[in-house]
Design a protein around this ligand. Structure first.
Ligand code: CA
Length: 214
């Protein structure tokens, strides 16, 4: 009998801890331009999004994939220039590769070095405690779930889980690349697919159902 109570107590503690961590871990990898822009395949960029009502200080956080680790809160390693450490509530954080000319009309929050391989990679967003807060492209057997050369891979909603059915190709918006072509994606702004998937705006990521499909 005592054993049953102990198991129940343990499960309750696990559930409380999961809710607590879930409430803290809300920044997501929202868009990945692994194929660069029409101007250049070198001109890659990545967008993070903070769906919460509180600003998030990224000091101590990293974004990484195989062979590349980008400190988000300090200029070291793959981080060349850091212009902002904080993501505002419902705000975006734009990482541009190599320089600030990758996306014209939207200043980068961080400039990094390192390539996203066309053969695919798993991106991992890690908080100061070492917790993996979010992933992008995890489990993809080859290449990427979406995107192409010059076309971004965008999450259909910030609370959508990382998976086969939750990434789409970016579409042309108002921002331009280094040669004046439209960016096929939405760096620093809401993803085009978000408006067509309002059902994904659940109160929190932990409430999502694995059965959800578009
Ligand atoms: Ca976007």
């Amino acid at each position: 009998m005592g054993g049953v109570i102990q198991v129940r107590l343990f499960l309750t503690l696990v559930a409380v801890l999961a809710v607590f961590l879930g409430g803290l871990s809300q920044v997501v990898i929202n868009e990945v331009a692994w194929g660069g822009t029409i101007a250049s395949p070198y001109d890659e960029w990545i967008e993070l999004y903070n769906p919460s009502d509180e600003p998030v200080d990224l000091t101590g956080w990293t974004l990484s994939w195989e062979g590349v680790t980008i400190p988000l809160g300090e200029e070291s390693g793959a981080t060349v220039v850091l212009k902002s450490r904080v993501i505002e509530p419902h705000g975006f954080f734009l990482l541009e590769r190599g320089g600030d000319d990758t996306v014209v009309g939207r200043e980068a929050d961080l400039i990094y070095r390192g390539a996203l391989p066309n053969s695919g990679a798993e991106l991992r967003l890690v908080d100061p405690e070492g917790q993996v807060v979010d992933t992008a492209n995890a489990g993809c057997p080859a290449g990427w779930w979406a995107g192409d050369r010059g076309i971004s891979m965008e999450r259909i909603a910030p609370d959508a889980p990382d998976g086969r059915f939750t990434w789409r190709n970016g579409v042309a918006g108002e921002l331009l690349d280094a040669k004046g072509n439209p960016i096929m994606g939405s760096p620093g702004t809401a993803n085009s697919a978000s408006s067509s998937h309002p059902g994904w705006s659940s109160p929190s990521r932990r409430d999502r159902s694995p059965g959800w499909l578009p």
